[in-house]
Design a protein. Sequence first.
Length: 362
Amino acid sequence: MKILDWYIIKKFLGTFFYTVVIFSIVSVLINASEMIGRFIAANLSARQVLVEYYFHFIPWINGLLWPLFSLLAVIYFTSRMASNSEIISMLNAGMKFSRILYPMLLAASFIAILLWIGNNYVIPRSTKKKVEFESEYIKRSNRKVLSNDLHWFVSEREKIYCRYYSIRDTTIKTFRMESFDDRGYLEKVFKVKNLKFVSPPSTWRAEDYEIREFIGDDEWQVDYSRGSIDTSLALFPDDFIRHSKKMEMMITPDLKELIRIENSRGLDNTRKYAIELYRRTSDPFTVIILTLIGASLASRKIRGGLGFHLAAGIALGSIFVVLSKFTVTYATNLSLPPIIGCWIPNIVFGMLSIYLFKSAQG
């Protein structure tokens, strides 16, 4: 590392974090202007809004915009260096353009690592607080209750059916659980007219129940009662609640475990979870790719200077966002694999970055 490297790194990181602060303030002000009526209607204090909402809103919005911030930051300070003939001086001194890019990519890698840690462990915790606040005071529709004709596996050998679930009193009307042996043959059926949650973690009270156990060829042992019995099931009230942003609220190890559990239950609803999982890795790489694009684009001293470079950067950032939304939507609703949907923008812009890099060297 030489003095020049530290100079470029400080320029990049200084501009980047300055952009982060400015956009964070602007985002909070814009959001507050839209939400203030709801805050007043919910009778919230200024402290509640600041501490319980905006303290967690800022990491969430930055997690979405850091790749674009890196693009704008590198374009801004690289264009300034080009207009001041600093880059021309470096090239005339025999320095290769790739050598000039080295400290920029090093700084971009540092930002990418911070974003990866944030996406996987920090931002989901903040997002959970933010979404819980919104669900409580602002957007109650964020939470959806699964209530009618539910089928899923609670374990590898146990499948349940619920005709109706009431979240008000945590009661299931018409419940059936089928148990299978190692060969996949049905060996037990547990039917309940009314099943009510009694106590955590998973104690339920069965009323008007019937237990049928297979004990031989075409022979069943039946136990029927109109009374009640308490039993422990691998079933929890939270299993019936689906949050529209549930995957954004979970750290990566928990998200992977959720995908595993949902797949084992035979529920075909893990596609959006997988998209969120792959997005958390693809976004940090986006920072590096957009840094290379921005540096290659803004390194030439041209007529229009900084204004033209920033306009081009904003245009490229907009195209990237549109492409990302398109591919994610396609992966969510159609047959495109989630990993492909998340990485197509990086692949396309990665090829563009290579082209711009070679053009800047010429």
